[in-house]
Design a protein around this ligand. Structure first.
Ligand SMILES: [Zn+2]
Length: 512
């Protein structure tokens, strides 16, 4: 928000007074006449012409959401993003800041950032009239022109639009109807900027009516007093699609006044999703150790979110945020970091089993359906991880002969590993399992791979075979022969045997 401290003292051409501002060639025409929407439009057209990236850091929307936003901006629409949680809605809206001018001139001290060339409030108009070209001006940076508000049912008209400040009025001896006695709300303070309201349907009906009036009349009337301000604001909103379409949660005339309705979505591919997670998760950590995350671990973490989005035990209306894989990957790395430190290892290589240590970042990221409640969040999360490991493993090992490893267990072999087993322990303990090391090599281990990398690959193969039900394991990580006898002949039969855990398959089930 544009407090005095954030108002810059100089801007284009170093203009510090209204007179200096007027002397900047072409400056008047640009600032005095352009509305925020025209400014966004002009800058967007320039960016498109120069082929500059739009909304950098937003992945997977290049062909879907971004073109629709561009069209809405070019049409000077107020728009709403409809999407489930964790679909980068806020990030996109904040990305609009980059399309604003770097700085605009304002009347210093004015709460609604009046344009010195065309002031709205009577105080600024009076100052311009008396001080003329000597009127000092300040510069407001674009970051301070973005106002964001999370809608809640208790937001009042006073919060949004403003209120009469009786103390101000008493002190100044002013008429209540004078705008100098106003305490401005969020919207007037967003004048000449962008006002984003998140979760619009949560606003009380009468506030929605207030917003409708602003969109309809283009001005704001505060608390029934005859103070009308022709505010210049770009309004953008977000909402959960279910709430937005639910009867009674949003007033129809308001809906009708929002120029564009744009649907966001979860990443369509695992690759897109991994790019987002890689960008957002805190994994580049300062320390004495090197962190090396195998690709299959990244894929499993991502696949947990995809499986969750397709899981019938999980409520689809609230969705599964992209924050799930982001925070999960962070915990996975931390668990590996902790183990490496205990074992005195210099390279941190997360394992697939570290994903189980990330349950605290998974269970809170979805709402359960009744059936899920019965199973419990933690068990649902474990099922998802197992299913995700199976999906990634099957994708990588499809057509690979795993019999020699499975037979070792079928002949009575058993292994007990733990979360804290050092890399050397994992390698030593599993050395007797014929063919295991060869399978581990197939995960993409480089020649001369470090012990932590080899241990992680071995862990992935064991967990993959467990996910495929070719071997079994207990919750305390004892691997042994599959319990089911006689062994099913193919995967389809296996899937039919157990309907409590969806069988991993390479078929994507996450479009919803
Ligand atoms: Zn003013």
């Amino acid at each position: 928000m544009g407090s005095i401290s954030t108002q810059h003292r100089s801007g284009p051409g170093g203009a510090r007074t209204l007179g200096e501002l007027r002397n900047i060639p072409d400056f008047d025409a640009r600032t005095a006449s352009l509305s925020v929407k025209d400014e966004l439009r002009r800058n967007l057209l320039r960016a498109i012409e120069k082929n500059e990236p739009l909304f950098p850091g937003v992945h997977g929307y290049e062909d879907t959401v971004v073109p629709q936003i561009v069209n809405a901006l070019l049409s000077r629409h107020n728009f709403i993003l409809l999407g489930l949680r964790g679909q980068a809605k806020s990030r996109i809206l904040r990305g609009l800041i980059d399309l604003l001018d770097e700085q605009i001139p304002i009347v210093p001290g004015c709460e609604i950032h009046d344009n010195p060339l065309a002031p709205l409030c009577s105080a600024c108009r009076a100052r311009v009239a008396t001080e003329g070209d000597r009127l000092p001006i300040a510069w407001l940076s674009r970051d301070d022109r973005y106002v964001e508000k999370l809608a809640t049912p208790d937001v009042t008209i006073a919060d949004m639009l403003g209120d009469i400040d009786p103390i101000k009025a008493a002190h100044a001896g002013l008429n209540l109807a004078d705008e100098l006695t106003m305490h401005y709300g969020l919207l007037p303070r967003a004048n000449r900027g962008i006002f984003a309201i998140n979760e619009l349907p949560d606003l009380a009906g009468k506030i929605q009516v207030g917003l409708f009036n602003i969109l309809q009349e283009g001005d704001v009337q505060i608390k029934g007093y005859p103070i009308r301000l022709k505010l210049d604001v770009m309004l953008v909103f977000t909402a959960n699609p279910e709430d937005y379409t639910a009867r009674g949660k949003i007033i129809t005339p308001l809906k009708d006044r929002i120029g564009s309705e744009i649907r966001t979505h979860y990443p369509a591919t695992r690759q897109n999703a991994m790019a987002i997670t890689a960008q957002e998760a805190w994994t580049e950590r300062a320390g004495s150790t090197k962190i090396d995350i195998p690709n299959y671990v990244r894929e499993v973490v991502e696949e947990v979110a995809f499986q969750a989005r397709g899981e019938r035990k999980i409520d689809k209306r609230s969705g599964v945020s992209q924050r799930l894989p982001i925070t999960t990957l962070e915990l996975v790395v931390s668990n590996a970091e902790r183990r490496a430190l205990l074992a005195g290892e210099k390279v941190v290589v997360p394992r697939v089993t570290d994903v189980y240590a990330a349950l605290p970042s998974i269970t809170g990221k979805f709402e359960l359906e009744y059936e899920g409640e019965l199973r419990g969040a933690e068990q649902v999360a474990r099922d998802l991880i197992r299913s995700a490991v199976g999906s990634v493993f099957t994708g990588m090992f499809d057509g690979t002969d795993t019999r020699s490893v499975v037979e070792w267990f079928d002949l009575g072999g058993a292994l007990t590993l733990s979360d804290n087993s050092s890399s050397d322990e994992v390698i030593a303990q599993t050395r007797c399992v014929q063919g295991l090391r060869e399978l581990a090599e197939k995960t993409g281990l480089a020649a001369g791979a470090t012990a932590p990398a080899v241990a992680s690959a071995i862990d992935f193969v064991l967990e993959g075979l467990y996910a495929q039900r070719k071997i079994s394991r207990t919750d305390d990580r004892r691997y042994s022969a599959a319990e089911s006898a006689p062994r099913p002949r193919n995967r389809r039969e296996e899937a039919a045997m157990d309907d409590t855990i969806p069988m991993p398959s390479s078929k994507k089930k996450y479009y919803n």
